[in-house]
Design a protein around this ligand. Structure first.
Ligand code: PHE
Length: 450
């Protein structure tokens, strides 16, 4: 088996794979729950602004470095410079990215396992069995480990097949299915009594909340997580993009689709909460904060689905199927990071590299599962809240200061003839040199202080 570099077969292939990576639990779970805990419309508005002001430029930095170097992050960053110290720093940053991607996958597979278990749980509901005898619906160490293992095996099986036959093929199948399922669900939920109250909360911002520092930092972290930034995922996908593709445009599609699907997910879940309330299910945890986090997805929503009888059981089935699909197209992109590293570093075959890396990460997942109280939250915070934005800054700095301006323009011009005169070229380089890193660092400091 050779370890030749793969390539996406078309721009459509790349866009589905990259949006497959971007659209995941971050969109369907993270975004709506964060919206719920930060008062609705205000969070939505800030998120939309930050996604385009911060996350899109950072995404471009990764895609451009990736396509320019055609390597994984550990090799790509040193390649941008001839200065030994900077080379070493680039390597260390790359390794940090590989570590963070692996750790994100280790908790992501646990959450995905919880969600996947809800699929057979919904099937059991459809058969009419009482909820408390439903083994799949209740968390237990055995159930969680088994479903985490199942999810890890599925992820590894796709990654082992490579870029075109695995990642691209499955993303192009799964992503359109996801969008269709989601549209169907939104249309259904919006017709139910109570939904309009949720819709109002979702789309009408309370402007007094907008300057709240916790809302701002959460929205930034959420945007970085949602676009899969910082850990070298987008860099590696960029390295598989053809030189004939217009990168700024392709990147813009990815950012737009990712944000659009997060918005749709909120349009589903926030109104669904108020439908639940209308049916007597508690959706406020105290005086005025909406239930958020795992309880919202794993308790409130299933309660709502159950209260809707037979139709509800079907809606539940589709909803959790949708979450599992979204999680899978993201997890393959996370696993791709350490796998490509192992593959390029140790010159082993793709299936072997995948088996090895996936086993180690599953080991970490088990370690977290068996020590959920102590480890789960810590790993999530350390990776997504701190490491991702920090790595994002590094990548912006490497693209802006280390990669030579002529090379940068040369790379952008591939597949984009008018690059030099474009608005993108006028704004973006200065933007990722100064504005982006500064904004991220300011929010990051607030994050630590908060
Ligand atoms: N973007 C994915 C999501 O929204 C998560 C992810 C993070 C994927 C980092 C790859 C790398 O769920």
């Amino acid at each position: 088996m050779s370890n030749e570099r793969g390539q996406f077969s078309s721009r459509f292939g790349f866009i589905t794979a990259a949006t497959g990576s971007a659209v995941g639990l971050g969109n369907i779970w993270g975004f709506p729950t964060q919206t719920a805990s930060h008062g609705g419309g205000a969070f939505v508005l800030v998120y939309l602004v930050l996604a385009f002001l911060l996350a899109y430029p950072a995404l471009m930095a990764e895609l451009i470095i990736g396509r320019h170097t055609r390597h994984n992050m550990v090799r790509a960053l040193p390649q941008l410079t001839t200065r030994p110290a900077l080379k070493m720093f680039g390597r260390a940053t790359g390794l940090y990215g590989v570590l963070v991607a692996s750790l994100i996958l280790s908790f992501y597979a646990i959450v995905a396992g919880w969600l996947m278990a809800q699929v057979p749980a919904a099937l059991v509901n459809i058969t009419g069995q009482p909820a408390d005898t439903n083994w799949f619906a209740q968390s237990s160490l055995i159930r969680d480990s088994l479903f985490c293992a199942l999810f890890s095996v599925l992820t590894a099986a796709i990654v082992a097949r490579g870029v075109k036959d695995g990642i691209e093929r499955w993303s192009t199948r799964l992503m359109p299915a996801l969008v269709l399922l989601m549209l169907g669900l939104v249309a259904t939920v919006l017709t139910l009594p109570g939904a309009m109250e949720g819709l109002r909360l979702y789309v009408v911002p309370d402007f007094s909340l907008i300057t709240n520092p916790s809302l701002l930092t959460s929205a930034m972290g959420q945007a970085f997580f949602s676009l899969s930034l910082g850990v070298g995922t987008m860099l590696i996908y960029g390295s598989y993009v053809s030189k004939t593709d217009n990168l700024p445009l392709t990147g813009a599609y990815v950012a737009l689709i990712d944000t659009g699907i997060a918005f749709l997910a909120g349009l589903l879940i926030i109104p669904a909460m108020f439908v639940a309330r209308h049916r007597g299910i508690e959706i406020y945890s105290d005086e005025n904060t909406l239930i958020a986090g795992p309880d919202l997805i794993l308790q409130t929503l299933p309660e709502l689905f159950n209260s809707l009888g037979f139709v509800g059981a079907f809606i539940g089935l589709i909803f959790f199927l949708l979450l599992s699909i979204a999680a899978l197209t993201s997890s393959i992109s996370m696993l791709e990071v350490p796998v490509t590293f192992a593959l390029e570093q140790f010159k082993i075959s793709r299936p072997r590299a995948t088996g090895l890396v996936a086993s180690i990460i599953f080991g970490i997942s088990l370690l977290i599962l068996f020590n959920v109280e102590q480890l789960f939250g810590t790993v999530v915070t350390a990776t997504t809240k701190y490491s991702q934005p920090l790595l994002g800054v590094m990548l912006c700095l490497f693209a802006g200061w280390v990669l030579h301006r002529d090379k940068l323009l040369g790379e952008i011009s591939e597949g984009f003839a008018g690059a030099k005169e474009s608005l993108f070229w006028k704004i973006w380089p200065g933007y990722i040199r100064v504005v982006c890193p500064l904004l991220i660092i300011i929010m990051f400091v607030q994050n630590i202080r908060g």
